[in-house]
Design a protein around this ligand. Structure first.
Ligand code: OXD
Ligand code: MN
Length: 591
């Protein structure tokens, strides 16, 4: 119970629909965490890991049909279809409430409904948003405890302000993919998610509130909610340049946000500060510049491929207080995944609960996986050795550069800079990437993913581009916009660029451009580095690789422009005129 009348009323309504045996209001205390863990160990929802080797860590397996975000079951429910736009699935709100209501109906019988008051952003900051999630999953409560600021302090704040909150209802129901819906009602500040237990679908503060509802609120209130990491690059002088970067899911945002300088650049004394790895809320501050906060409090990162070489910071962070999902469980109650630190274990129980050892094949004669490719760790951001000390600062950090990037085997060079804010918005709007394991569907297929927001924009994407253009006009000195591609391959399918820590070499060029310290080569697609302006000290890759990485094929780009024109057609009248002019200008430069 709470003094907040609206909240009480809504919890009661939801309980009448779902009929839980019990309602528990979460206070966020350690005692509560331990009590819930005990219950989850007993029911098998969680497994306790070795407290000697991994103190405070637990293990969870999702249902096998429930391992990634299900974009085809995710809807924006607005009065008019136009509000959701051409890139979102749409339902009229009554229809959404009716369909999901049938699944929610009495689905919590025999279960407990937990009430989680949470804040995205520091509690009490004028820029934060409060949500309340109702859920019948202890796994969700324990994850929300890491990913957000939650519990008593937030409820106190909500009562004190008497303000509005995002109504987030989640129920596992029967975890049947045919009875799964992730619905957003931006006009009601409401989210309903039913039939799933996978993080991206059920930790409703993350994608659902901070991005889909957040972007809708951002347009109404004049700010941006973006699928971006935020990092600071500190020079020995103490000056820190902050960068925000958008990449589609599972393209290395977590690794970039906390990279360690590579050997060859160590002499320069850089230090990286991690502000966030997935979401940025950005607004124009009193100085007329763009500032960003990370509304989250933890990281929900992809485990496979993560190891001490690719990301030493995260490997240090996940040694305690972490929830592991869908990784390999070893006999000594520690964990492992493909691409994890050696040695490869001799055996274990895999993400499906099957006995696993190296070399086994599954029923389709494919190598049997230890971990699901989208296996995850949930870890408090304060565990990360490189965490910024500005996390609680409600203004956040000033952004000097915005980077867009996709996973593209061909076409896009290692890095280029947009000619202007408007051109940068065009570069972001036409981003494309190969599909990864974070989304349900055919892996590797190239799809357009504007600003990496295709699955997360809570309103008409044409209006979203317009909003970006309008904010650019309001800023005194908008950040410079860049595009990077760490994933270009040669003819034999080998990556041309080593990636990971070495990406700092590219960030260094970006920062020099922001400071006006180097000039660049003007090409039809944007400004590229001069051959010697990327510091290659200590990095031994063939000279010709660098040429290939920076090469621009006019023929390929003409094809790309034609494909962009097709993509733009899907927006019809909703496409801002400026996007059409930028495309025409690109085509002209390519002639
Ligand atoms: C994520 C995603 O989990 O983008 O961050 O899927
Ligand atoms: Mn993400």
């Amino acid at each position: 119970m709470t003094k907040h009348k609206e909240l009480n009323k809504w919890v009661k309504e939801c309980a009448e629909l779902c009929k839980p045996d019990k309602i528990v209001w979460c206070d966020g205390s350690l005692e509560e965490k331990e009590r819930l863990e005990k219950l989850a160990f007993k029911s098998g929802e969680l497994i306790k890991l070795s407290q000697q080797k991994l103190p405070g860590c637990t293990y969870h397996r999702t249902a096998q049909n429930d391992v990634a975000r299900t974009e085809h079951l995710t809807y924006i429910c607005t009065k008019h279809k136009q509000g959701a736009g051409p890139t979102n699935n749409w339902l009229p709100p009554e229809e959404g409430y009716r369909r999901a209501g049938e699944i929610f109906k009495e689905s919590m019988k025999g279960r407990t409904m937990y009430v989680i008051p949470y804040s995205m952003g520091p509690v009490g900051s004028p820029f934060s948003k409060i949500g309340v999630e109702l859920t019948d999953s202890i796994y969700v409560v324990l994850n929300m405890r890491i990913m957000t600021r939650m519990g008593k302090a937030v409820l106190d704040q909500l009562e004190k302000s008497g303000g509005d909150f995002t109504r987030c209802l989640h129920g596992k129901a029967d975890l049947d993919v045919d009875r799964r819906l992730i619905l957003h009602f931006p006009e009601d500040n409401t989210i309903w998610s039913v039939g799933s237990g996978y993080g991206g679908n059920v930790l409703l503060g993350k994608k659902c509130l901070s991005l889909r509802i957040g972007s809708y609120l951002g347009r109404a209130e004049g700010w941006l909610a973006e699928h971006m990491l935020i990092m600071g690059v500190e020079e020995p002088s103490g000056a820190i340049t902050y960068i925000a970067a958008a990449f589609p899911s599972a393209c290395g945002k977590t690794n970039l946000a906390m990279l360690l300088p590579p050997e060859g650049l160590k002499r320069k004394g850089y230090r990286i500060w991690t502000v966030g790895d997935d979401i940025a809320w950005m607004r124009i501050d009193t100085d007329g510049k763009l500032w960003a906060v990370n509304p989250e409090y933890g990281l929900f990162g992809v485990a496979p491929g993560t190891n001490t070489k690719t990301n030493p910071n995260i490997m240090a962070a996940i040694k305690k207080g972490t929830i592991y999902t869908n990784v390999l469980l070893k006999k000594d109650k520690t964990v492992w995944w493909e691409g994890g630190d050696p040695p490869v274990p001799a055996s274990g129980t895999n993400w499906q609960g099957k006995q696993w050892k190296p070399g086994l094949v599954d029923e389709n004669r494919q190598p049997m996986l230890a971990a699901h490719p989208n296996a995850r760790f949930t870890v408090p951001i304060q565990n990360v050795p490189s965490v910024t000390n500005r996390l609680e600062h409600h203004h956040g950090v000033p952004i000097a550069a915005i980077i867009f990037g996709g996973r593209r085997a061909r076409l896009a060079p290692l890095v280029y800079e947009a000619f202007s804010w408007q051109h940068g918005v065009f570069v972001g709007a036409t981003m494309a990437s190969e599909r990864t394991a974070a989304q349900f569907g055919a892996q590797g297929e190239v799809r357009r993913d504007p600003m990496a927001m295709l699955p997360f924009c809570g309103y008409n994407m044409g209006d979203y581009f317009r909003h970006w253009l309008a904010l650019g006009k309001k800023m005194v000195a908008p950040p410079k916009i860049f595009n990077v591609n760490w994933f270009r391959k040669d003819k034999d399918g080998k990556f041309l660029w080593p990636g990971f820590g070495e990406n700092l070499r590219v960030l260094e060029w970006i920062i020099s451009r922001c400071k006006g310290e180097v000039d660049a080569v003007r090409t039809p697609i944007g400004c590229l580095p001069h051959e010697n302006d990327i510091d290659m000290t200590g990095l031994r890759i063939p000279r010709e690789n660098m040429n290939k990485l920076l090469a621009i094929s006019k023929a390929d780009w003409k094809e790309e422009a034609a494909s962009i024109a097709e993509f733009f057609k899907t927006f019809g009248k909703d496409l801002p005129r400026e996007m059409g002019s930028e495309l025409a200008a690109l085509q002209k430069r390519l002639r």
